[in-house]
Design a protein around this ligand. Structure first.
Ligand code: GLV
Ligand code: MN
Ligand code: MN
Length: 437
């Protein structure tokens, strides 16, 4: 048994080594001008007054952006369809279409008041890779899939349809567009009655590789070209309701109030402090808060807020949550209020595949780009796809580490670097996995 493992590991190392020599000299490159032109064209859909985009999933801007994407895919020579879950899937035929496809892609939906690069860089680059291959008449052995997942920002809903599926509760969640996930999927051309058909089988794809902006400041601060992602954080989110008692703001003495907003303010502080003071790299955030009835002369009787906790270790997320919950119970006791937590999102942390990461790092080296292995603090559809196939992620620098903001920026040079690494990773995986089949 051990000997078998040793033989196959050695064989794999030799194959990888041989292909690294062959592809180190491969001159194929993406078209930088076309890629950056497509990015700026995409940024018109949902552009906002701050210079970024508000293209939340299922909005009109999202619909128009998706039309644009499908047109680009067709021009790049792909067969395009929308799966039952609303994901856009373009396929570029390979030499042997009986082989499972290699998949690349990202998302084009944004957070409210987001930037022009999150998701867009990976989406436009994936299409650019397909177009480059077609133009250069380099037909892969495997088919190539370019996937544009729907509603990544809301909680990886498109990729979840393809893997574990969506629960009734998830389908009823309200998205930032105001539509429920169920209505949203119908609005973008999915088929809610056929969701099962969008599910992929284990190993139906050879691998899924996603190029993305880092969204943090490591590469930018260290002046590095490429990040090779080792693992993606888990994310849990909750709707938090604080119940107090609405009463007259002029006649209710200060010591007789059950002020839900006063309690919520302490809760926000507790979340920040527990997130900050617990040893480790976890993050905890209250990003949404609304007070009711919302008048200057009424003591707030109810507050709806959120809670989000992220870490590479799922157990750590749970222990931070426990601490926040018990702190909220104390706040409730002291303020005469009540806290209720309802979990909405549960995304598990995922390591990336070592072999795919190796191919990414090798591609960066072939292109004479500096690189570093690093974790991802942002969530990505890749972590959902890890359920069915090996995954890898390529990061490029985000200026000053800013993201989810109109100020998000990555330079055309960094974007071209990332797209070339994506192209060469695909070439490597195509060769390596063909050799094995
Ligand atoms: C997606 O960008 C996320 O990490 O929330
Ligand atoms: Mn993203
Ligand atoms: Mn994002």
């Amino acid at each position: 048994m051990n000997q078998q493992i040793n033989h196959s590991s050695i064989k794999l190392i030799i194959i990888c080594f041989l292909f690294s020599i062959i592809s180190a000299n491969n001159p194929l490159r993406i078209n930088n001008n076309r890629l950056n032109k497509h990015l700026s064209e995409l940024s018109k859909f949902g552009n906002n007054e701050f210079g970024g985009v508000s293209r939340v999933a299922y909005s009109d801007a999202d619909l128009n952006g998706r039309e644009f994407v499908m047109k680009l895919m067709k021009t790049a020579g792909m067969d395009v369809h929308i799966d039952a879950g609303g994901n856009i899937i373009g396929t570029l035929a390979g030499k042997n279409n009986d082989l499972p496809p290699i998949a690349i892609g990202s998302h084009i939906d944004s957070v409210p008041e987001g930037g022009n690069f999150d998701g867009n860089v990976g989406s436009m680059s994936a299409i650019e890779v397909a177009q480059t291959l077609r133009e250069s008449k380099h037909t892969l052995n495997h088919p190539l899939i370019v996937v544009i997942f729907q509603n990544e920002e809301g909680g990886l809903f498109g990729s979840k349809v393809m893997t574990s599926g969506l629960t009734e509760l998830e389908l009823e969640l309200q998205s930032s567009s105001g539509y429920s996930i169920r209505k949203g999927i119908q609005r973008i051309g999915g088929n809610i009655d056929q969701l099962e058909k969008a599910k992929l089988k284990k190993n139906e794809w050879v691998a899924y590789v996603e190029l993305h902006i880092e969204q943090g400041g490591i590469l930018y601060n260290e002046n590095l070209d490429i990040g090779v992602v080792q693992g993606i954080v888990g994310i849990k989110q909750w709707d938090v309701m604080v119940k107090g008692f609405a009463n007259h703001a002029g006649t209710t003495p200060m010591d007789q109030r059950r002020d839900a907003l006063y309690a919520a303010a302490q809760y926000v502080q507790a979340v920040h402090e527990i997130g900050k003071n617990t040893p480790g790299k976890q993050v905890a955030t209250v990003g949404k808060i609304k007070s009711f009835p919302g008048a200057p002369n009424v003591i707030p009787g109810m507050v709806n807020a959120s809670l989000e906790i992220r870490d590479l270790d799922g157990k750590k997320i749970n222990s931070i949550y426990k601490n926040i919950k018990s702190s909220s119970e104390n706040i409730a006791k002291n303020t005469g209020t009540e806290f209720k937590f309802k979990q909405t999102i549960n995304i598990i942390p995922e390591p990336t595949n070592r072999r795919v990461s190796w191919a990414i790092n090798q591609a960066a080296q072939d292109l004479q780009l500096s690189s570093k292995f690093m974790p991802s603090g942002a969530g990505h559809d890749a972590q959902e796809m890890a359920v069915i196939c090996p995954i890898g992620m390529i990061f490029i620098p985000s200026k000053e580490g800013i993201s989810h903001s109109p100020k998000e920026y990555s330079s055309p040079k960094d974007i071209a670097n990332g797209a070339n690494v994506l192209l060469h990773t695909v070439l490597k995986l195509d060769e390596q996995y063909s050799e094995e089949n």
